[in-house]
Design a protein around this ligand. Sequence first.
Ligand code: SF4
Ligand code: SF4
Length: 387
Amino acid sequence: MKLNELFDDGKRQMRLCNACRYCEGYCAVWRAIEWRRDFTPHDMAYLANLCHDCRECYFACPFIPPHEFAINPPKLFSGLRDQLYQKYAWPAPLARAVGGKLSGVWTVVILTIAFTVVLALASHTEAIWQRHVGPGAFYRVMSESAMIGLFGFLGLWMLFGWLIGAVRFWRDIKSPTSEKVTFQDVRAAISYAMSLRYLGGEGAGCKEPSSQMSSKRRLFHHLIFYGFLLDFASTSLAAFYAHVLKVQAPYPLYHPVVILGALGGIGLIIGICGFLYVKSRSNPSLADERAAESGNAFAVSLLIVAVTGMLLLAVRDTAAMGITLLIHLGSVAALFFIAPYSKFVHFVYRFIALVRYAQEDRVHAQPAREDKTKKQPIGTHSVTVSK
Ligand code: SF4
Ligand code: SF4
């Protein structure tokens, strides 16, 4: 379905759901629809990114296909998310031209190979196959300036792409109230995101891969998320050691850079393999086909980064270090390059949707709190009278 058709179908499904409301309490989506009457494309963009794809609503619903109402929120929202990533991506012509085509697993593999070849051409050719040990060993394969130049550019490309997409999305889902977002809203959104609170309906896990409640998907998602954070911390610490303390990699096995990186790599490998396994066993009719492929491509691209990173740690004192380093850097470059167009961007939009939700939740809770406060003198008065 095209994006406009998905918006129309979303409006139809959400109106039916708003009349039914059986799924109230399953996740933030069902509270957010209570606060709406008309489901505009902006509303649908917000709701799609608020959905964590736990699938509880689908298994609870008596109106799923083949019923004529054909209600299927997980599939609707996954299709919307996938197309919205392209809609908000920057630069728009490039997003239109290559965004959809960058979603395949093979595209990720081909891009990794292409970046590896480019890096090899920018390296000291004879040094790739030699053994290098001691501080600065990596830079004997590829110069420090070439590494900083390439990854500095790709890092900025990724961050700039995410930032522009985030601003566009935030403007699109702006709240109808004049209430400002507060620090309390952001803190609530961070707590929802860090705990994956809505990846499991009421907290008992989610109905994937089967109709039984399971915490597998949440667990694997946590491993990927925190594994990635550990690797990010390791890379940042390595940059601090190299550029501030002037101590160059590779570092000994007991060094915090290596420990953080290894723990992160193990978390990523277990999490991604488990996640792909759960996905492979789940019902394909609950996900948009292109969105599923795009999700797999992102997972595979992250897996290549993690596996080659661990491999580099294992062979760094041998002659295989040079080629392993180039493949690892090639996979990181491919990941960064597709970041604004791939499933990687999902955490940006989901977090923004959670901030908006926390704000709406606070605003809608205010009248109830105010009512409680107003009732207080009556209670006090009655106590006084009874005395
Ligand atoms: S998904 Fe089905 S059961 Fe849930 S609110 Fe919508 S119509 Fe009702
Ligand atoms: S998070 Fe789960 S319950 Fe909520 S809309 Fe998505 S699939 Fe349905």
